[in-house]
Design a binder for this molecule. Structure first.
Ligand code: AMP
Ligand code: MG
Length: 408
């Protein structure tokens, strides 16, 4: 096995982390400031615009973690105790009468004066209805103390938190019916290429169906973006210029195709003429060519057109950029180390993101890793990262990024 390639050392190619750092810097500089207040049920995938601070102790009072009996340990001499009250969840108890116990159920407030709850399995109800406890008991047992989860004034979710089912549940537990979220990022999606037609139409000579459009539109929706579907852009400078010019009121133009320095690179020409253009050659495979620029002040990211390249560069570069524009701090997907279940005999000068799966705790990869083969990603449940200048034998450690991490 060759040593791991040093980050940034990829010849004339730009390392993935360098490109990401630059994109994030630009995202930071154009952070979306507007926000809106939404009902809790509608915040899925959105980003919190203000700190969520607890206005409650949670739980608001000590409550029972068990179905059983609440008592004051000082009253327990080994003699059975009379049951003086029954407390269900949702009820307000009386203070515990000295020398007695209270029947109590899970979630019910522990009465003042009780310092312990014994579970019903360790209690025997006698013929006279008094209760005998069969095990040793300790103070505080089976009582969830007031404020065990949160206390008033505590920061629960900081601004910039991406909201999902768990955060929604947490906000609900604190009584929040609405949350302030960053307004949606407006993303215009453009597919470039004379060869593209939409599914549903008959294929003509030389044509292929546009797969990137629906892939990106649907992905962006899952990410909580407002999608402006700007259709297919023919490989023609005048149309490119005109179409870009129509997309004024958006936060990002996201295009696919036309970025390999071919003759049909009209996106690049239009950006150079009426904005700025940075062409990156990234040390990433699939997805080497990536364009970043502005057209009349609107940021543009041009992803390579091959569907697997679109997928990988969107997941690793455009998605973090979009999250950062909304103020999310941790934008890189979780990855973890797994042993390789394949061999990688030939080291490359680009970092490879192979479409792979976990099988018996090892990463295996799809047979055809061509950047044009989207089926590889449908088969996969993650991206297997093979670093630059690296060969692998079975059992070597590789990083695995679950697709579930990047798809939402
Ligand atoms: P380009 O970057 O325009 O040279 O495109 C690279 C490859 O990706 C070519 O084979 C294109 O036909 C293909 N391609 C570009 N855009 C799309 C798309 N939206 N859907 C499917 N394939 C595409
Ligand atoms: Mg093209």
């Amino acid at each position: 096995m060759k040593p791991v390639g040093k980050p940034g050392k990829t010849g004339s190619l730009m390392a993935v982390e360098v490109a990401l750092a630059r994109l994030l810097e630009m995202a930071d500089a154009s952070k979306i400031r507007e926000h809106e207040r939404l009902p809790l049920a509608q915040v899925q995938g959105r980003v919190l615009a203000a700190d969520l601070v607890s206005t409650l102790d949670l739980p608001p009072w000590p409550n029972s973690a068990m179905d059983g009996y609440a008592l004051n340990l000082a009253d327990w001499t080994g003699q059975p105790l009379v049951v003086s009250q029954k407390i269900f969840a949702g009820q307000a108890p009386e203070p515990l009468k000295p020398g007695t116990c209270a029947r109590i159920f899970t979630g019910a407030p522990v009465p003042a004066g009780a310092d312990c709850v014994e579970m019903q399995e360790n209690a025997e109800v006698q013929a006279d209805e008094r209760v005998r406890f069969t095990e040793t008991m300790n103070p505080g047992q089976n009582i969830r103390p007031q404020g065990q989860e949160t206390t008033v004034g505590e920061l629960i979710l900081p601004v910039g938190t991406r909201l999902g089912a768990i955060e929604q549940g947490l906000a609900a537990s604190l009584g929040c019916a609405e949350l302030d979220v960053v307004r949606k990022v407006r993303v215009a999606v453009l597919s470039t290429g004379d060869e593209l037609i939409e599914p549903g139409l008959a294929l003509g000579p030389g044509q292929i169906y546009n797969s990137n459009r629906v892939l990106l539109c649907s992905w962006l929706q899952r990410l909580g973006c407002e999608v402006i579907d700007a259709g297919i852009l023919p490989d023609d400078l005048a149309t490119t210029r005109a179409r870009l010019g129509e997309l004024k009121d958006v936060d990002l133009i996201l295009s696919t195709g036309g970025v390999s320095v071919g003759e049909a690179d009209f996106l690049g020409i239009a950006l150079r003429e009426e904005g700025e253009l940075t062409l990156w050659k990234l040390a990433i495979k699939p997805g080497k060519p990536l364009t970043f620029g502005h057209f009349r002040g609107v940021p543009v990211i041009g992803l390579p057109g091959n569907p697997a390249s679109t997928l990988v560069t969107f997941a690793l570069l455009a998605r973090p950029y979009l999250l950062r524009r909304q103020g999310v701090k941790e934008v890189e997907p979780l990855k973890f180390q797994v042993p390789a279940g394949f061999v990688w005999p030939k080291a490359g000068n680009r970092r490879e993101y192979l479409r792979g799966r976990l099988e018996n705790g090892r990463a295996i990869i799809y047979g055809n890793q061509s950047s044009g083969v989207l089926r590889s990603a449908a088969w996969a449940d993650g991206l297997v990262e093979v670093l630059e200048d690296r060969t692998l034998i079975e059992g070597d450690w590789v990083s695995f990024i679950p697709l579930s991490e990047v798809l939402s």
